[in-house]
Design a protein around this ligand. Structure first.
Ligand SMILES: [Zn+2]
Length: 241
């Protein structure tokens, strides 16, 4: 990383820790009030971010474009999250928002349930993945970090080691025929990612965001493998919580 960029990143952290304007952006305090499409009631910030109007009809609302994934799934704004709670909250949301529940309702309600449930699916997919969660969190803290994670931070020997590992994993995936093999591979990938996750958790706790960028950029090498494993789990009907 060049010196100028390091200095900018440090400034970003100061803005964050001193509670300057960037801080507001993180927690999405911007105004996002509007009126309910059905009862016309004025909805405050919190009501806008909920999925249903607090009126008698309790109609489904359009997606609030100011809500972040953590708020949407009622999870603490943190890298280290409770994955069991995340899955529980996701299922709870889907039990209320799934488009199948709205087939006999108005066109508006059908549309909003499709949009709401698609966003909840997207949020769940991002938060349950260590790589995507880290990247998403960094983006919320400061969008400048997103370009930082696409840069290379590893030494040549480190890169060589990672690439060898990925080549081997890809070969294993190409040969997979049984559900048992998919489970073994998922476990192996988990073991590989674990030290990165621990390092990332530490970096976020210390608010060392340049370090978090560097760890994520290394983790991103495994993103494609992670996607391939997820596809196999779907194909073999393996539930991954
Ligand atoms: Zn209403």
């Amino acid at each position: 990383m060049n010196r100028c960029l390091t200095r900018n990143l440090k400034c970003g952290i100061e803005f964050f820790t001193n509670g300057r304007p960037d801080f507001k952006q993180i927690f999405n305090f911007q105004k996002s009030n509007y009126n309910c499409w059905s009862c016309k009631k004025f909805l405050n910030e919190l009501e806008t971010k909920s999925q249903f109007c607090p009126c008698d009809k309790n109609v489904i609302l359009p997606v609030c474009n100011k809500i972040n994934y953590f708020e949407l799934l009622n999870i603490d704004f943190n890298y280290d999250i409770d994955l069991i709670q995340l899955t529980k909250n996701f299922r709870q949301k889907m039990r209320k928002l799934h488009p199948d529940l709205f087939t006999m309702k108005s066109d508006n309600e059908k549309k909003y349930s499709a949009e709401q449930s698609s966003l909840v699916n997207k949020a769940y997919d991002a938060l349950k993945s260590p790589i995507k969660r880290g990247e998403y969190l960094l983006g919320l803290i400061d969008s400048n970090y997103l370009s930082e994670v696409t840069e290379s931070h590893e030494s040549d020997s480190e890169k060589q080691k990672i690439l060898m590992e990925i080549m081997e994993l890809n070969e294993i995936i190409d040969e997979i025929k049984l559900a048992k093999e998919v489970k073994e591979l998922a476990l192996r990938l988990k073991e590989i990612i674990k030290p990165f996750e621990e390092e990332l958790e530490k970096a976020f706790n210390l608010k060392d965001y340049p370090k978090a960028c560097s760890v994520i950029s290394k983790m991103k090498y495994f993103k494609n493998i992670d996607d391939r494993v997820k596809d196999l789990e779907l194909k073999f009907n393996i539930e991954n919580v």
